[in-house]
Design a protein around this ligand. Sequence first.
Ligand SMILES: Nc1ncnc2c1ncn2[C@@H]1O[C@H](COP(=O)(O)OP(=O)(O)OP(=O)(O)O)[C@@H](O)[C@H]1O
Ligand SMILES: [Ca+2]
Length: 841
Amino acid sequence: MESYLNENFGDVKPKNSSEETLQRWRKLCWIVKNRKRRFRFTANLSKRFEAEAIRRSNQEKFRVAVLVSQAALQFINGLNLSSDYDAPEDVKAAGFQICADELGSIVEGRDVKKLKIHGGVENIAAMLSTSIINGIPTSEHIINERKRIYGINKFTETPARGFWVFVWEALQDTTLMILAICAFVSLAVGITVEGWPKGAYDGLGIVLSILLVVFVTATSDYKQSLQFRDLDKEKKKIMVQVTRDGLRQKVSIFDLLPGDLVHLAIGDQVPADGLFISGFSVLINESCLTGECEPVNVNAANPFLLSGTKVQDGSCKMLITTVGMRTQWGKLMATLSEGGDDETPLQVKLNGVATIIGKIGLYFAIVTFAVLVQGLFSRKIQEGTHWIWSGDDAMEMLEFFAIAVTIIVVAVPEGLPLAVTLSLAFAMKKMMKDKALVRHLAACETMGSSTNICSDKTGTLTSNHMTVVKTCICEEIKEVSSSNKSYNFRSAVPESAVKILLQSIFNNTGGEVVNSKENKIEILGTPTETALLEFALLLGGDFQAERQASTIVKVEPFNSAKKRMGVVIELPEGGFRVHSKGASEIILAACDKVIDSNGDVVPLDERSTNHLKNIIELFASEALRTLCLAYMDIGTEFSVDSALPLKGYTCIGIVGIKDPVRPGVKESVAICRSAGITVRMVTGDNINTAKAIAREIGILTDNGIAIEGPEFREKSEEELHELIPKMQVMARSSPMDKHTLVKHLRTTFGEVVAVTGDGTNDAPALHEADIGLAMGIAGTEVAKESADVIILDDNFSTIVTVAKWGRSVYINIQKFVQFQLTVNVVALIVNFSSACLTGFQ
Ligand SMILES: Nc1ncnc2c1ncn2[C@@H]1O[C@H](COP(=O)(O)OP(=O)(O)OP(=O)(O)O)[C@@H](O)[C@H]1O
Ligand SMILES: [Ca+2]
């Protein structure tokens, strides 16, 4: 049986199985009493086909639109275009100058010409009565008008199916239908031959059992469907940063309206169709909409942002123009709204078992029927009445038939595959309570057998509450704490150095200091950025003033591959300056000057280089994340298209950021170890920082190895084979290193690997892993989408809980299979032998 299963049902993987495989195995399960029920909660393959077709047509449509636009652009350049567009009356009455269809056609058609006719992004914002600085006003009346004219950002979903639909579906079961016919005939014949009520007993018995089966089935299916709906809703909860009334706030994507200003950063999903206002190095991945992997550059020349696409790099501000079902994404989502999941390997195997037993049952049923009929015949031949057939004989034949059908009913374990779904769904619900959102059913199953966890450090093992605790500015180490007031710090550091430090922190940042709704100062951005901004505010810096003093001309946002970010600013006194910050070794290596204790810029000699390197090491060994800040004046010539210089910087200083270990992580790591799960740390941070933390929580042991990404990359296959089992920490890793490690663990070592991650850079590893775990709070949309489970509280301990539930699912299913098979086999034997015995009388 095992080999048969492996041969026919073995190639369905927990993740990323091909459509063909899925289709093939579904065809293999031909003994299916009720198809709808057996394949409930599994993906609707034909819907996926439809979605794929939409994607292909999108790709073609967008390609044509771009070509047409380009051609048109050449044509219109230089021409003075005037608009003869006039908005419908109701739109005008509501205070807007453009209707939803017109907006849709601009963005979706990538119609540069129309955009130009309407006076560009700014004018469109005005027509939508919004401002590209302050966003829409939030008075209730205006919001409601907006909703009325342009619709809301929700997709039509198939309405929830009621209980009676499930009853109807449960009734459409081949065997139940045959039984129903039997019941009917039995009732009719019984009552005519034996009269009411004696003749009706048999028939009523059958009817009763049919009803019982139908209602039990329908109830459990109905409850499941409600649960899946709830989970689905949970999955779709996404918040985005918008500016309304001049204030930054977080808004659910469902509440977005045309005219809203949305701030997007790397890893975000574009929440609705719209236009680019401002931003830098924006690369958009449109593959979910078009299937095309190559990312597109979005900028003022190509300002179209389409709903559902992902920000692969950079950050920007966008103006929402089209929402909900008017977008292509809305149409795609509506197609897939009743998607369901791929089958899990266990489900597939159990379907296989069910099919085999079904075949055996069918065989037995036929034999039983044959034996019984033969018995009747031989009896009649003995009596010599084989030419005379009475109603009684027909009744007897019918009874034989019912027995045969009963054998199929008891023998085919239709509940078996469904039991997997039910117990997985149960585990899913429990996990949800424990702060783990399971995106794919199969994940619960896989997590139970995982033997390795590759965890990132920041946010998972540590608390992600970062604060600058130590600095080394002007070659002097200083402790920072909120009680240690700014003048204390500032008195010890030359004013010129503080000035440039503040300029660097406030300009060279992915974060922002904004006024929130309650008119409080709020710091936005990643925890690292927030820590730096907080530090600068503590020093008495003023974000807005600093931003107004100089103009930012170019930004190279942070990403994990480069491990640095940079900006070019135009100074108030003229000339350009580059600010760069990032992983301290990398930035320090790019410096050849340093600000000394007098505030003067001096060349970086060997002594000071070593001094700074020691400081980095010192900070790192105290488990601090270190960042180096540097700047460079580049004269008066700078073009936006040229890249930032890589070398020749002046080091401003080094900051040490504390990110304490999460409580309970140490215990969880110990639990994993005792359960036979190896935990590894894969981080982008400095090796010494990583080692210090790994040691603290018990990941790094005395004979374990810690290695840096660049070194790991150089290793040959054999060396890796030696190294990987002992490797416990990988620091300064690039996204690809993580992916390579996971791949090796899975293929060479045959391990079942769970990977945690939060950034866009983790997506490849999350996808490659047997089970990807993304962080719910710190995680980007891209990471979440590639993951199988979302850890809602970002806590490593929750991962252990997931593993526990995974294991219990396995045990539950095992027990159920044992029980079910025993019941089936016994029922089969009893039914068959009793039938034969009575038949041979
Ligand atoms: N916003 C930023 N600007 C400049 N440099 C940064 C920024 N954020 C992090 N860094 C630097 O880049 C390094 C690596 O960051 P990366 O994002 O790759 O790792 P991480 O995801 O934070 O760590 P982990 O993998 O443990 O979660 C950090 O150690 C830090 O020195
Ligand atoms: Ca990370």
